[in-house]
Ligand binder design. Structure first.
Ligand code: PMP
Length: 283
């Protein structure tokens, strides 16, 4: 065999391998990977790569079900089945296989290994570059599959007996791990602007429409953690939550001061198709 795939004890030619759709690596990116270059029997820096892999898994609270030595022996064993003299050894451990739910609990991790052909770089060849702005933490507005920070926050919330985790950036509330968050204060709905730090949720859009419908002014401006603590109501929206009140954050009681207004909004959101009638300015 040349290109090889290994998944939880099963090994075959890479093109014959498949992974379950419910592997959390597929829909959350919930895992850690590493790579090693092998040339002529030498596995370059393998111990350093294994150490970094264990550090990464520990950082995301993922337990590797092998010792470092066992993992190394397994990697060498899978590699030994490939005819390539120079190999690119890739492996990843994902948190497990389960129906899609942000908070993960008691799963058994999945180990993937692939062996493909490597070619050593030609040091005579020099590289051409471009520069780009580092926007790696500015993609919250895109519904990507890379949800590791979200699932870590959701799992922490679940461990602490809570249903959601609220993200705070420089003192301002952005959104939650898998919902948008809004406050009602003095009859005004305030919600973070739909910029690159939040997903412009469909639930958020519907809430804004419902408020417009009910003549409730809407302010699309960031609010602080302090504002949230003192809001009349704190509302979470998402496709599944529709629009739910929150009553606690970090052990502090919040909201509960405009329940009848929230009920009006909820009735409108539950029983009518309002989105087409009103279009929010930003969404
Ligand atoms: N923010 C994040 C990070 C989410 O994952 C979700 C749920 N997809 C939302 C907001 C709410 O989006 P929607 O109302 O479209 O479900």
């Amino acid at each position: 065999m040349k290109d090889i795939g290994y998944y939880n004890g099963r090994m075959d030619a890479l093109e014959h391998m498949q992974v379950p759709m419910l592997d959390r690596g597929c829909y959350f990116g919930d895992g850690i990977y590493e790579t090693v270059l092998m040339s002529h029997g030498t596995f370059h820096d393998i111990d350093r790569h294994i150490d970094r892999f264990y550090q990464g898994t520990a950082d995301i609270f993922l337990t590797v079900p092998y010792t470092k030595q066992q993992l190394k022996e397994l990697l060498l064993w899978v590699s030994s089945h490939s005819e390539y003299k120079e190999q690119f050894i890739y492996w990843q451990l994902t948190r497990g296989t389960a129906l899609r739910s942000h908070a993960a609990k008691d799963l058994s991790p999945n180990l993937w290994i692939t062996i493909t052909k490597a070619s050593l770089p030609d040091f005579e060849h020099t590289l051409k570059l471009i520069s780009v702005e580092d926007r790696r933490s500015s993609y919250c507005h895109i519904k990507t599959l890379n949800l590791l920070p979200n699932i870590l926050a959701a799992s922490q919330a679940a461990q602490e007996g809570c249903e959601e985790a609220v993200f705070v950036r420089n003192g301002y509330v952005t959104e939650c791990s898998h919902s948008n968050i809004h406050i009602l204060k003095d009859g005004v709905l305030q919600t973070a602007p739909a910029d690159c730090h939040i997903l412009a949720g469909i639930g958020r859009f519907n809430l804004i429409c419902a408020c417009r419908n009910l003549q409730i002014p809407v302010l699309e401006r960031a609010f602080s953690y302090e504002d949230l603590l003192h809001a009349d109501e704190v509302l979470l929206t998402s496709t599944t939550k529709i629009c739910q009140r929150a009553d606690t954050i970090d052990g502090h009681h919040i909201g509960g001061k405009a329940i009848s207004l929230v009920k009006k909004i909820q009735r409108l959101l539950t029983f009518s198709e309002i989105a087409s009638e009103n279009t929010p300015s930003i969404s």
